[in-house]
Design a protein around this ligand. Sequence first.
Ligand code: 13P
Length: 250
Amino acid sequence: MRKPIIAANWKLHKTVAETGAFLNAFLPEVTGIDDVEIVIAPPYTALLSATGKLSGTNVTLAAQNVFYEERGAYTGEISPAMIKDLGCAYAIIGHSERRQYFGETDETVNKRIKAALGHGLKVIFCIGETLEQREAGRTNKVLKGQLDGGLTDIPIDDIVVAYEPVWAIGTGVTATTGQAQEAHAFIRGVLQKKYGDKAQGVRILYGGSVKPDNVDDIMACPDVDGALVGGASLEPDSFAKLVKFRRSQK
Ligand code: 13P
């Protein structure tokens, strides 16, 4: 059984005060839910305040990224030990926005994953094709390349994969259930070749314009084990609705 994960990636949103207001409204909405792992990734600046509010709750804290060095002259970077210190259990690594705007490559993603795992963090490892790559029929090749590159010499146990087609992020265009299931099954197949039957236990999340009105259909796909959500995770009511997706279908 793969326990579903519904994860919020707040990206560049929310001050400390806004984070507090969100959690005050959100936490009572999800009290007692234990059949889904609920994860929230605020910006770094709100992690410390969030960790206090989340202690003893069923909501887990994540960082949106992490650097691979432990210390040194790396202005602006944050180490795995630092985010662990703030109570993060997960780090999101390899998000397409990191790849697109901040020069991340499969190689740097691989280094970040190694460093995070080395400090006892779990990783939400993001992959996904652009529209151009999809239209050129290269989706599977791109996904396989990102999986091979990002996971070089890495055990799969503490990795969650997030499939986020770049063309579906923040656009309101969601992958069809057919497209999502096809990509997720392909990803699981690649993992099966690399890791054998452990692949059956790996959670693969879908990300890209997940909203309360499409989450049930997405979550009904057999190889979709959760969602990584941007825009619709910013309002407590909307994110609580996502956490309460229809269970009967799983
Ligand atoms: P949206 O839900 O806003 O499309 O963002 C998805 C995403 O990038 C989550 O990491």
